[in-house]
Design a protein around this ligand. Structure first.
Ligand SMILES: Nc1nc2c(ncn2[C@@H]2O[C@H](COP(=O)(O)OP(=O)(O)O)[C@@H](O)[C@H]2O)c(=O)[nH]1
Ligand SMILES: [Mg+2]
Length: 401
């Protein structure tokens, strides 16, 4: 069925009106002939707001004490190989309604329950209500959460009146899961680095914001060990004040186990009108942006990568100076304006100098990344074991009582 047409009158001239109407009719036809929105089809999205409603409960049958069927629940299930765009394209209206329970009838006193509605979503989705209440954090394939319960069927307690199902708007917020998060200002060489170390093929260009969506690359080691790295684009000074893309992409950092902070040894400036920042200032500003976004990110294991060493002079003076400043901090903070000082300085597990473009120094970074990840995984293990023992002990005491 064709969608209702709205004709805008742009001009008083009759032939013009006719022309516009014709054009709109053609456009309308083209759109209604397709089931999906063509333009947005493959656009990457990492946030989607949907409406969910549990099914209503069926009516009871007071005369015979009949009970109405319970309404179906709306369930969200984490599913591999799915994107949020898929979720949207499968239900463009973004309304997810579970089935109602059936009424109690004379020959079927127990009304049948309504069917649950399952919404498959990508792994890594956090679900929130408009009031900010978290309903679930689905980071494993198959994990499920009920987001809207179906109403109870009519029964003696509710005067045999079926209850309405829960209904609400919820936001699905996708946070990528990668082992490593690549954090740096535009032009630092994140995309170049990612394509040099992994199989990803991100866009590389000479102007800021070349990457508008996070890219994930997989480093594959000779023994087939795989480590995933996410390039988190768009971070600029003042992102916490929503400059540039603000912290839009930083949420993807939350789930990474380790950070690689990458800076251009020549410093960076967003454009001619912006102040030029030295590499050391950039390191502090990145530290500060991370801290302002989420204070605990500053404690996350991190390594520092100084990129573009091929542009340094023969004796490597620029690199030497940056290394000195980093190693002598907090004393060296005196050289930098106070407003750039973070509250807590990040401690780097290693500092590396590379040229992503010339593929220099990459092996050392890759070796360190693996070693550090294993080291921190090893540190975490005893905690998990004691937790298990603790639970076991509690269950035991409960059984004994
Ligand atoms: N000379 C030099 N240029 C580099 C190096 N790494 C990246 N670039 C250049 O810096 C620019 C920005 O790189 P890109 O990877 O897109 O930066 P991103 O914005 O952080 O992703 C591009 O022109 C790259 O070719 C490097 O090691 N040496
Ligand atoms: Mg990039």
């Amino acid at each position: 069925m064709a969608a209702p047409m709205r004709i805008t009158i742009l001009s008083r001239n009759r032939s013009d009106v006719y022309c516009t109407a014709l054009k709109q009719a053609i456009a309308c036809r083209l759109i209604t002939n397709q089931n999906t929105i063509p333009k947005k089809k493959n656009k990457f999205i990492d946030s989607l707001r949907i409406y969910v409603r549990g099914g209503g409960g069926g009516q009871g049958f007071p005369r015979y004490g009949g009970i109405g069927g319970k309404g179906g629940d709306v369930v969200v299930t984490a599913t591999k190989k799915l994107t949020l765009s898929d979720v949207r394209n499968n239900n463009i209206k973004k309304r997810f309604l579970a089935q109602n329970g059936l009424n109690s009838r004379k020959f079927r006193l127990l009304g049948e329950p309504g069917e649950d509605l399952n919404i498959p979503v990508p792994v890594g989705v956090v679900l929130r209500t408009d009031e900010g209440r978290q309903l679930g954090d689905l980071n494993k394939d198959g994990q499920q959460v009920i987001v809207a319960r179906g109403g109870k069927g009519g029964n003696p307690e509710n005067g045999f009146l079926g209850q309405r199902g829960d209904s609400k708007e919820i936001t699905l917020d996708l946070k990528l899961i990668a082992d490593i998060g690549l954090v740096g200002f535009p032009n630092a060489g994140k995309s170049t680095f990612l394509s040099a170390i992994s199989r990803a093929m991100p866009k590389i260009a000479e102007y800021p914001f070349t990457t508008i969506r996070p890219q994930i690359g997989i480093i594959q080691y000779p023994d087939f060990r795989k480590i995933s790295v996410a390039d988190l684009p768009g971070l600029i000074e003042g992102a916490h004040n929503n400059y540039g893309m603000g912290h839009k992409f930083l949420k993807h950092v939350e789930r990474t186990k380790m950070l690689i902070i990458i800076v251009d040894i020549n410093g960076f400036s967003l454009g001619v009108k912006h102040v030029h920042r030295s590499a050391f200032e950039n390191i502090l500003l990145l530290n500060k942006e991370l801290e302002l976004y989420l204070p605990e990110l500053v404690d996350r294991p991190a390594i520092l990568v100084l990129n573009k060493i091929d542009t340094d002079n023969q004796s490597g003076d620029t690199v030497k100076q940056i290394l000195q400043q980093v190693q002598n901090s907090p004393d060296s903070l005196n050289e930098v304006d106070k407003y750039m000082h973070p509250t807590t300085l990040m401690k780097f597990d290693g500092i590396f100098t590379i040229s992503a473009k010339e593929k220099q120094g990459l092996d050392k970074v890759l070796h360190a990344v693996r070693q550090k990840l294993d080291h921190y995984a090893e540190l975490k293990r005893p905690e998990i074991e004691t937790e298990v023992e603790h639970v076991h002990y509690e269950t035991l005491t409960k059984t004994l009582i």
